[in-house]
Design a protein around this ligand. Structure first.
Ligand code: GLC
Length: 431
């Protein structure tokens, strides 16, 4: 299956320019080059939010933490003339992307704002699907964590405004297992007794790419180097994949992880039958509402034996305004609200998500609700981005498909790594 259609989508970029003739609040419709949307897409003016009214439809993935429910409710209360509504369009990031792409390719006006994963910026911007938010981001970027700003940049412009960032954490049951320093220690401890095991996201989707890259980056490996060359076919990658596969064979990680995305991982852990869980910070609040409250602690991701330091993978979600939105002024008003320093504290306090506003992490009221806030900030700052490319989804698929084939016992690490490298080269060549 050819999941990517560059030529067709490039043509689409041209038509977007015509569609977004929403005069009053959009500026800067300049050039016509469809492959360089940065010179052709319409830009939103932050001042357009004044006097905005009407409905705002926000579309995104499953609202597992409740952050979108809370944010829309608070916004609606504070803005009597506007109504924001959140619609879930997928239970994983992969599903949410497919649904968003379908709507954007069909020029649907259903969603004014798409919640976009940090890995989608290059693809969505290069297709001309988004309004240029450079002016908006310029106005607030001094108070944002730099990596979150970088994640919305493509060809020298900003295509979204960061909402919350993300970094993986290890949850562990204090009475059963030790705080892990290295992945090797964690896996050993997890195999020691039934009930000590690890759960993580091992299903074949983006989450597995992340879980694998966390280990690979910590072991000193990478997928693309600074020049964008594919450098994944080496012993470090083989070692990491074998390490994960052995972990499933010897019972360190429950075999069921091969079917888990984030929510099933969390729910399995809530049974109390496991020692460790790799998941995102939003799980902290949800776990605190279960029988495991008080019994677990949160640790940064461990390092990989023989390597100096741990390295996470940067996650996070941004507000992108659809080029087909019929109410971009209200979308700007919503984004302004959700990124105020005050609301950013709520992101942490109410939903234990990681704010993009750096000052939120040291606010006393945040620390009271999220005692690991400083540690989370360190994890976010230490996290590495995933490869940046307009064909990232294909690159990621080449990663998770081949890692999965080894974890599920249908390929050797050697076969999988060779194929992974080849498929990443093919993906790169398709754009
Ligand atoms: C989280 C992260 C996102 C990542 C996804 C993988 O939602 O914020 O960046 O791609 O998990 O499942």
């Amino acid at each position: 299956m050819k999941a990517f259609m560059p030529a067709g989508r490039r043509r689409l970029a041209k038509s977007v320019v015509a569609t977004v003739a929403l005069g009053i609040l959009l500026t800067g419709c300049g050039g016509t080059s469809a492959t360089t949307p940065s010179s052709s897409a319409a830009a939103v003016d932050p001042a357009s939010a004044e006097g905005a009214k009407g409905n705002i439809s926000i579309c995104g993935g499953k609202d597992a933490s409740g952050i979108h429910k809370n944010t829309t409710a608070a916004f609606n209360k504070a803005h009597p003339g506007m109504t924001a509504k959140y619609t879930e369009i997928g239970s994983t990031t992969d599903e949410a992307r497919t649904q968003a792409v379908q709507r954007l390719e069909g020029k649907s006006t259903e969603c004014d704002i798409f919640m976009t994963d940090v890995i989608w910026t290059a693809e969505f911007a290069s297709q001309g699907w988004l309004l240029d938010q450079t002016m908006l981001v310029e106005g607030i970027k001094d108070r944002l964590i730099p990596s979150t700003v970088k994640a919305v940049e493509y060809q020298d412009k900003y295509w979204a405004t960061p909402f919350y960032t993300n970094a993986g954490l290890v949850y562990y049951l204090k009475d059963k297992v030790a705080k892990p320093k290295t992945w090797q220690q964690l896996y050993q401890e997890a195999a020691k007794a039934p009930g000590n095991g690890l759960v993580y996201q091992g299903k074949q989707y983006e989450g597995l790419t992340v879980n694998f890259l966390e280990l690979l980056y910590s072991a000193g490996g990478e997928v693309l180097n600074d020049k964008g060359e594919v450098v994944v076919d080496n012993d470090t990658t083989r070692k990491v994949i074998n390490f994960m596969a052995d972990g499933i064979k010897n019972g360190s990680a429950d075999k069921a992880v091969l079917t888990y995305n984030e929510d099933p991982t969390r729910l399995a852990y809530e049974s109390g039958n496991f020692g460790y869980q790799r998941n995102w910070p939003h799980v902290y609040r949800l776990l605190n509402a279960t029988k495991l409250a008080g019994k677990f602690d949160v640790a940064p991701l461990p390092s990989f034996d023989g390597s100096a330091k741990a390295s996470g993978v940067l996650g996070g979600w941004n507000f992108s305004i659809s080029a087909f939105s019929t109410n971009p002024a209200a979308a700007v008003a919503y984004i302004n609200f959700a990124t105020t320093p005050d609301w950013q504290k709520h992101v942490a306090m109410d939903n234990s998500q990681a704010p993009v506003n750096e000052a939120a992490y040291s606010a006393p009221e945040v620390l009271a609700k999220m005692p690991f806030a400083q540690q989370l900030l360190d994890s976010v700052k230490g996290a590495k981005p995933r490869p940046v490319s307009p064909v990232y989804p294909q690159i990621s698929q080449a990663i998770n498909k081949n890692v999965y084939s080894v974890l599920s016992g249908t390929a050797t690490a050697d076969e999988a790594v060779k194929k992974m490298a080849e498929e990443i080269e093919t993906a790169k060549a398709s754009f």
